[in-house]
Design a protein. Structure first.
Lengths: 98, 98
DNA sequence: ACCAATGTTCGATTAAATTAGAACATAAGA
DNA sequence: TCTTATGTTCTAATTTAATCGAACATTGGT
């Protein structure tokens, strides 16, 4: 379900983050910390939101852990920083500027 | 044909670079400097290569200038660095690691 | 047990990207 | 002027992605 750090690919990350909805998602996670899927309140259907979480998860950008009836999402910051130094920070900085 | 610096979007850049063929293209431009389309010798049909150049150009990542019968491609490094500091470098670094 | 809350998965639909072949445009050279 | 070189544009086929509704699973509370 969650890819290992080594199997995270650059193309996968760039693709996952090229979607404005997913970009907004990780921006929220970065600024407000870990949140459940519902707390992130996307303006799309539940199934669509679930799809976006899956894309981010399978790209290795977020991790999800069950907590009661909900799932808590958080950035895999350490893994990303060690595998692709500076990339996440540059994207987050750019997403604030734009 | 070439977008202004201000109209370059983060999503556009991330999407354009999420394709392995295009990523390889800009990596070659970064390491070997400006090159014609032909010199970059992609393993695809001419029309397909032209499509990839167009995507990179319209995303604001490269600029193309006519030079005789050919087009010289180069990175819009200054524009990218000023608009999204550190992003291009992080991607290029990541593309070397991976 | 029963019910509500929270997401996931399945199936279908619609939209967008990738690819390539064929025809076209432009510049340089013989 | 004719030909070659270098890409672009057009059109079409295949693939991939985004979206939603409905049904399903799991947990926690009543």
């Amino acid at each position: 379900m969650h890819p290992s750090k080594e199997s995270i690919t650059l193309s996968g990350i760039l693709y996952a983050l090229s979607d404005p909805t997913r970009l907004a998602l990780i921006q929220s996670l970065a600024s407000k910390g870990a949140q459940s899927c519902g707390a992130l309140s996307l303006p799309v259907a539940k199934s669509t939101a679930s799809h976006h979480f899956r894309v981010l998860r399978e790209a290795g950008i977020i991790q999800m852990q069950a907590e009661g009836t909900q799932f808590i999402n958080s950035l895999r910051r350490d893994d990303l920083d060690s595998r692709f130094p500076g990339l996440l920070d540059a994207v987050l900085l750019a997403s604030e500027v734009a």
